[in-house]
Design a protein around this ligand. Structure first.
Ligand code: IPM
Ligand code: MG
Length: 364
């Protein structure tokens, strides 16, 4: 299979972790006889520094022309501490999501048994959890009108949704639920928000087209609580942009670390694959970041963008095997981890590559 992949490392640890997501794609191409070509582009703080624009035209043009995008992370501490900055790294990410029509953000909470002890939750609460979040990505308060009064004493962000925006992501989530365990939980705040009442109405309508799927509606505050009380209760979770942002960071702790969670953003055209973690400038450039979320994002690309299920499985299995062998990055190490097996970014990336290579030897 011939594919053009655009790599956008972005900011902070994005640079280091994406190196390994890309290396895994190269390894897979060699082993399975695919022809993947790679191009690179800048975005975020890196792009503001270079061109004064968090999403340069050239990056957007390359993104539109590619078959899939592997993205790293975005943000810089400088802007976090300066709420008055008009140009911000995150604007690049929001703009590319909008421009590419990436309305569905899939965030699987993939729980490796070996990491049950890395979570602050009890292993017996976690064991067996398998959740797939569908977070709406191009609407909500993220993209509604923003205002600040002239006297600077008032601000507002408009939360809005169109029926079609809810419907198209609901269909994606129901399709997935139908193919999984036929359970879907839609999360909203319909007891307070008008947007949530529209959301619930549309989801109820779409649900009628999937009679085999057991549909539940839950308020966001309750869902946030249930997620740590009994995560196994959930299978497919469908929610709006802001609620999904918050809920998936919470859910990452089920998987042990933010450093483990991959995501796929899909919609009208090119798919966008990225870890859910941020740029983590405090550890950037120190060979400390966990590359597994980027590697698992590469696996999602293989599966979702290219339909290469076997290849994707090989990558996910390699990650599981490396964890089984006891290797950890610092964020997923626990009291039982042998300190000699706590690896840096590079060493962890190499372990995964090596295991993928061994899988070919076995197959031959
Ligand atoms: C995410 C991030 C982004 C978001 C930020 C960086 C704009 O937190 O992808 O979850 O809020 O969507
Ligand atoms: Mg987030």
């Amino acid at each position: 299979m011939k594919k053009n992949i655009l790599v956008i490392p972005g900011d902070g640890i994005g640079q280091e972790v994406t190196t390994w997501g890309k290396a895994v794609l190269e390894q897979v191409a060699t082993q399975f006889g695919h022809d993947f070509s790679f191009d690179e582009a800048i975005m975020g703080h890196t792009a503001i520094e270079a061109m004064g624009n968090p999403l340069p035209d050239d990056t957007l043009a390359k993104a539109k022309a590619s078959d899939a995008i592997l993205f790293g992370a975005i943000g810089h501490i400088k802007y976090d501490n300066d709420p008055t900055a008009k140009i911000r790294p995150e604007q690049g990410l929001l703009k590319i999501r909008k421009e590419l029509g990436l309305y569905a953000n899939l965030r699987p909470i993939l729980l490796f048994d070996e990491l049950l002890d890395a979570s602050s939750l009890k292993p017996e609460v976690l064991r067996g959890t398998d959740i797939l979040f569908f977070r709406e990505l191009t609407g909500d308060v993220y993209f509604g009108e923003k205002k600040r009064s002239e006297d600077n004493n008032f601000a507002s962000d408009l939360m809005n949704y169109h029926r079609y925006e809810v419907e198209r992501i609901a269909i994606k989530a129901f399709e997935a639920a139908q193919a999984r365990s036929k359970r879907l939980c839609s999360v909203d705040k319909a007891n307070v928000l008008e947007t949530s009442r529209l959301w619930r109405e549309v989801v109820q309508e779409v649900a009628k087209r999937y009679p085999e799927v057991e549909t539940e509606h839950m308020f966001i505050d309750n869902a946030a609580m249930q997620l740590v009380k009994n995560p196994k209760k959930f299978d497919v979770v469908l929610t709006a942009n802001l609620f999904g942002d918050i809920l998936t960071d919470e859910a990452s702790q089920i998987a042990g670390s933010m450093g483990m969670l991959a995501s796929a953003s899909i919609g009208d055209s090119t798919g966008f694959f990225e870890p859910i973690h941020g740029s983590a400038h405090d550890i950037a450039g120190q060979n400390k970041a966990n590359p597994l979320a980027s590697i698992l994002s590469a696996a999602l690309m293989l599966e979702i963008a290219f339909g290469l299920t076997e290849e994707a499985k090989t990558v996910t299995k390699a990650v599981a095997d490396v964890l089984k062998a006891g290797y950890r990055t610092a964020d997923i190490a626990d009291a039982k981890t042998d300190s000699k097996q706590v690896l840096g970014t590079k060493e962890m990336g190499k372990q995964v590559l090596q295991v993928i290579a061994q899988k070919q030897e076995i197959a031959n």
